[in-house]
Design a protein around this ligand. Structure first.
Ligand code: AOF
Ligand code: ZN
Length: 398
């Protein structure tokens, strides 16, 4: 029997409520880009009395949403502790400073997850402390920093944030021996993947997946649940209304003919992008593809493959793409990890075991004599997804 948060020692209690704020913040992932997702909770006498999160870019910040919720509930914030995943902002941006809102509400204690990496907005914690508010910072800091990894990347680089997603059996296989695209993971994981596609402005596959699976790479909304509790029109609604689908990106040195029968070329040429070699991009085949609306981008060579980061940069610069979702296969996943282009690696592990060494594995193309050659990752999140396990990894040094 785990004790209730009200009974636990202060640090555990603070972490409990910060974890709750992190979950709230995650609901805003996507529509808040390129701003951070932020969550906030107001707690009184060990009870949550109000909550809020940043719902969409340009909208009210998490703290203000939380205070508005408190007002609706008839709660007096001057007897509460505010938990917020990111340091309250201290600047006039699209919205006035949250530090002002906190002081006006008379909140006596604020617990902050991560300090704001944005030099324009930071300094809120210090400002509140000077005004006499009890401040505690860096609570569950790593989780709160992981939450805004995308935001930190958008602030420090000019490229899109890349999520590498794979589904595998317990023995690390991504297909049976036939290679046919059969489902591996559960329906719950399937809808989670479509949520990721809904978040992304582009979905990337390798050349062999493109030719072998003939994927449509669309986000199929009808199968998905809506996020609950949101008042903003969700990204999913907007996509339904606008019929927006993520761009389909294919990394390949061999371009298909413009008259081929592949789904992307036949049905979605204007939303298809090839990342290819200089040579292929200069070919007649490339011109014919461009004539039907396909984009062909030449990427610089990097070792045996192409420089993925350059594709991510063009995606952000030319198409305002903030997220790219990479859906494998094993060779592309390996290249991506080797190039440090996977900012987040989401792995759905299904409780199934093939035991066939000829079945396609999660990774391919490297020669590793010893474990010293392994690429190390850091486990960020571990959560059930129906009967599967959803594991989120990050590069180790971040
Ligand atoms: C957010 N949501 O809940 C918090 C943020 O242009 P603005 O006014 O929306 O301000 C954006 C900056 O405010 C952002 O870069 C971050 O540093 C800070 N905090 N931002 O989008 C929030 N609390
Ligand atoms: Zn703010």
């Amino acid at each position: 029997n785990s004790p209730t948060p009200a009974m636990t020692e202060a640090p555990a209690r603070h972490e409990y409520w910060m974890a709750r704020a992190v979950e709230l913040a995650r609901r805003g992932r996507g529509p808040t880009a390129p701003n951070p997702c932020v969550g906030a909770v107001l707690v009184r006498d060990g009870q949550e009395v109000a909550h809020g999160w940043h719902e969409r870019f340009g909208g009210p910040h998490a703290e203000r949403r939380c205070l508005a919720h408190a007002r609706e509930q008839g709660v007096d914030p001057s007897r509460c502790t505010l938990y917020v995943t990111l340091e309250p902002c201290n600047h006039h941006g699209k919205t006035p400073p949250c530090t002002e809102a906190v002081l006006e509400a008379g909140i006596p204690e604020v617990v902050v997850g991560a300090l704001d990496p944005n030099p324009v907005a930071q300094g809120g914690a210090e400002r509140l402390e000077q005004a006499g508010v009890r401040i505690r910072t860096r609570v569950l800091e790593q989780q709160c920093l992981d939450l805004i990894r995308d935001f930190r990347l958008w602030q420090s680089t000019d490229r899109a944030y890349c999520i590498l997603k794979m589904a595998a059996t317990l023995d690390g296989r991504i297909a049976a021996r036939s290679g046919r695209p059969e489902p591996i993971s559960s329906p719950e994981s399937f809808s989670d993947v479509h949520r990721l596609r809904g978040l992304a402005q582009a979905v990337l596959v390798g050349g062999s997946t493109f030719l072998g699976d003939d994927p449509s790479l669309t986000c199929r909304l009808a199968d998905m649940d809506q996020p609950t509790g949101s008042t903003a029109p969700s990204l999913y609604d907007q996509q339904l209304i606008n019929d927006e689908q993520p761009y389909a990106v294919v990394l390949t040195s061999r371009l298909p003919g413009a008259d081929c029968e592949l789904q992307l070329i036949r049905k979605r040429p204007r939303q298809t992008i090839f990342w290819t070699t200089e040579q292929a991009a200069a070919s007649e085949t490339a011109r014919a593809l461009e004539d039907i609306g396909v984009r062909v981008w030449a990427l610089p060579q990097q070792g045996p493959t192409l420089q993925i980061q350059e594709g991510l940069r063009r995606l952000r610069q030319e198409l305002n793409g903030h997220y790219l979702l990479c859906e494998g296969g094993g060779q592309l996943a390996t290249n991506m990890l080797e190039q440090g282009a996977a900012d987040e690696f989401v792995l759905y592990l299904a409780p199934r075991f093939l035991g066939d060494a000829q079945a396609a594995p999660l990774g391919a193309g490297r020669h590793c004599e010893t474990m010293a050659q392994a690429m190390d990752l850091r486990l960020g999140r571990c959560e059930p997804s129906g009967p599967d396990l959803k594991l989120t990894y990050y590069p180790p040094d971040t």
